[in-house]
Design a protein around this ligand. Structure first.
Ligand code: ADP
Ligand code: MG
Length: 257
């Protein structure tokens, strides 16, 4: 298990426009080291956009984001922020593991090849170091027996577990999951959530967009509910899931529970 996966994410007054549409509206959120935050909200509420700003796949229009104090996509000079060069942004992005709904593994590579390519390219690991690390990560996701399998021959649940291992292979400081189980057949959801729970128990900093309320109850230190680009409710899983205050949270929960 990577030991560096306990970064602190600090989001301060972040707004993001697409044309005239305000996709994020002054979002502020603290994600403490080693904590699990679950983000809930209806479709179009800005959940994916928020995750994408955390590794600067979207640039923010107002506010700023820091990981362990370092400004994401920007550097501070005096009291002004200046946008970093693409090369610097790529360097920062390695600190943020990202798992999408549609596990985009390389289908023409084996499982092992999928896991060693990025750390050799971006972390300067030797081939031997990368292979040793890949075996460790396959143990984490419970797929050591699939080392030489072709990715395209794995089930969706197995592919997503390999996608998690691949994100971990860059030794990120935080992991972001954007609806990691929504594309899976129901019987495969559990095995992927089990891997995420294992990371949570090891004290990792995780941000998970999901509609899996049972998962949120079990592992979330903090639950955030978004509507129209705003955080409308935030608290412990007991507060938000069992005693929601905002009518939109109540309405949403009555549909997904
Ligand atoms: P969610 O993940 O909660 O479903 P998104 O973050 O994907 O929501 O989208 C929030 C809003 O921003 C939506 O109205 C969506 O249509 C809009 N949006 C997202 N990405 C883009 C984009 N690249 N260009 C224009 N509009 C976008
Ligand atoms: Mg989304």
């Amino acid at each position: 298990m990577p030991t560096s996966l306990n970064g602190h994410i600090s989001i301060t007054g972040v707004s993001k426009y697409f044309g005239r549409h305000k996709a994020l509206d002054e979002v502020s959120l603290e994600i403490p080291p080693g904590s699990v935050t679950v983000i809930l909200g209806p479709s179009g509420s800005g959940k994916s956009t928020l995750l994408r700003t955390i590794n600067h796949l979207e640039r923010v229009d107002e506010g700023f984001i820091r990981i362990d104090g370092e400004y994401i996509g920007y550097r501070l000079h005096g009291d002004k922020l200046y946008e970093l060069k693409e090369k610097e942004i790529l360097r920062q992005r390695v600190n943020v593991g990202y798992v999408f709904q549609n596990f985009n593994l390389f289908p023409h590579l084996t499982v092992l090849e999928n896991l060693i390519e990025a750390p050799i390219a971006h972390k300067k690991l030797s081939r031997k170091e990368a292979i040793d690390q890949a075996y460790d990560l396959l143990d984490v996701v419970g797929l050591r027996n699939k080392t030489d399998a072709w990715s395209r021959h794995l089930s969706g649940g197995q592919q997503q577990r390999i996608a998690i291992a691949r994100a971990l292979s860059l030794r990120p400081r935080v992991m972001l999951f954007d609806e990691p189980t929504s594309a899976l057949d129901p019987e495969l959801v559990g095995e992927v959530l089990d891997v995420i729970k294992k990371l949570a128990r090891a004290g990792s900093t995780l941000v998970v967009v999901t509609h899996e309320i049972g998962f949120a109850r079990e592992v979330a230190d903090q639950v955030v509910f978004m509507v129209d680009g705003k955080i409308v409710e935030q608290g412990s899983s007991d507060e938000v899931l069992n005693h929601p205050q905002h009518p939109r949270t109540r309405q949403f929960l009555s549909k997904v529970l």
